[in-house]
Write a protein that binds this ligand. Structure first.
Ligand SMILES: Cc1cc2nc3c(=O)[nH]c(=O)nc-3n(C[C@H](O)[C@H](O)[C@H](O)COP(=O)(O)OP(=O)(O)OC[C@H]3O[C@@H](n4cnc5c(N)ncnc54)[C@H](O)[C@@H]3O)c2cc1C
Length: 393
């Protein structure tokens, strides 16, 4: 399966590239982008999101009645890939997960309150599914939501972990247990302001220097108005949102950029007076990276191809995520091998090759194999759904 962009889509890609060239800024763009590193955590990045909104690029694939552009999801994909290549923040969670789920299942109040603000780039979300005992098995979430005795809403008690963005986002999109007697049928989705009383947000720093968060709930009130869809149907919405989001998840741009930076380094660098590029093992590693990158690009195209046919690309997505994440680790590993001892110098250190990019990448790519579903879980999906082998869990 392969596809080419239509002339209109190619024109859009050029327009996005032009926009990014005109709006290039070190305050907004990470010069060494990694897979998940492009968050909207500062005022200049928020201003950048509003510029995307002014162009009509937030909600391009939403229906027109909600302010959307009614375009194919391929436009979201083109935009996300371009932003990720340039290390710019991406609109993923608000437009994709929250916006599309509210459009399908939200009340009129949620639609009128949230959709225009998402489309204007005014609002940021954190996603809270994971808990200490609920990661790969997210449906095991136990954060308890019970009816408030005074009526009109719910009281939340418990703990989430790994909530990326909770320390700067405006709203929390989270699952909580409303029926302890049913695992998948006992979860409800809520929207909650992140500055409400009873919420404590503490940092967790990953091996890749990224901040994520642990969030404690102490009798936090949430009104019935902010229940998303129906009570106890949350698990279905969470799974659906993941399917809807496949266009915008896991861009390959950061990996392509890292490979390009490594090839440039290998072309230019000299060791013991000799060009590094003359060493057979350097050329061998470069050829393998170029070939494997092409495999990853083709796997990504299969994901998009399936999604464009309105099919759920679950096996294709798992193959792509598994292969791309592990390739990211191999590229970082090769880079550090070829750079020698200097490769271990951190970003910013004097003499660090390629600005220390691969030292960071070596650490960061471990995180990629966990977030959004671990490599082991992807292998389970491929073995079970793709090959018909027995489930391991
Ligand atoms: C940087 C980062 C950001 C994140 N951001 C968010 C966020 O914003 N919101 C959110 O809700 N979550 C977030 N997560 C959580 C992420 O989704 C989970 O970490 C991930 O799903 C794995 O869950 P876990 O950490 O509990 O590991 P576990 O599920 O406990 O797994 C531990 C190990 O066991 C393996 N394992 C588990 N089950 C099986 C099985 N059935 N078969 C074989 N091996 C298995 C796993 O592969 C892993 O190696 C984030 C995680 C990270 C690292």
């Amino acid at each position: 399966m392969d596809f080419d962009l239509t002339p209109e889509e190619q024109a859009f890609e050029r327009e996005v590239e032009r926009f990014l060239a005109e709006n290039r800024s070190p305050e907004v763009m990470d010069p060494n982008p990694e897979q998940l590193s492009q968050t909207v955590d500062t005022p200049p990045k928020r201003a950048f999101m509003r510029k995307l909104a002014e162009r009509g690029w937030l909600g391009m694939s939403w229906p027109g009645e909600y302010g959307g552009g009614e375009l194919s999801g391929i436009y979201d994909f083109i935009l996300t890939e371009a932003l990720s290549r340039h290390g710019a923040p991406q609109p993923g969670k608000g437009v994709g997960i929250v916006g599309k789920t509210i459009i399908r299942h939200g009340s009129d109040k949620l639609k009128s309150e949230f959709l225009p603000r998402i489309a204007r780039g005014e609002i940021e979300f954190a996603i809270g599914y994971s808990e200490p005992q609920a990661g790969s098995d997210a449906a095991a979430m136990a954060l308890r939501a019970t009816r408030d005795p005074k009526g009109g809403g719910w009281r939340l008690n418990g703990r989430k972990i790994w909530t990326t963005s909770a320390h700067f986002a405006d709203w929390y999109w989270l699952g909580a247990r409303t029926d302890p007697d049913s695992k998948h049928g006992g979860i409800t989705l809520f929207l909650l302001r992140l500055d409400v009383p009873g919420l404590t947000i503490l940092p967790t720093y990953t091996i890749g220097d990224e901040r994520t968060n642990e969030v404690f709930f102490d009798d936090v009130f949430v009104s019935d108005d902010y229940v998303v869809g129906q009570v106890n149907r949350g698990w279905g919405y969470i799974c659906e949102a993941l399917d809807l989001e496949r266009f915008a998840m896991m861009p390959i741009g950061p990996l392509e950029e890292k490979a390009r930076a490594l090839f440039d380094y290998l072309r230019e660098e000299r060791r013991d007076g000799q060009p590094l590029r003359r060493e057979p093992r350097v050329r061998s590693a470069a050829a393998q990276i170029a070939t494997q990158l092409r495999v990853a690009q083709l796997l990504q195209r299969r994901v998009i191809g399936e999604a464009l046919k309105d099919r759920v690309p679950s096996i294709e997505s798992s193959m792509y995520k598994l292969y791309m994440n592990e390739l990211g680790q191999r590229v970082a590993n090769w880079a550090l091998d070829l750079m020698g001892a200097e490769g271990q110098l951190k970003p910013g250190a004097e003499g660090a090759p390629v600005g220390g990019r691969f030292e960071r990448s070596y650490r960061y790519t471990v995180v990629d194999t966990i977030g959004g579903g671990t490599s082991e879980i992807q292998k389970n999906i491929i073995a079970n759904r793709g090959l018909g082998l027995p489930r391991s869990y």
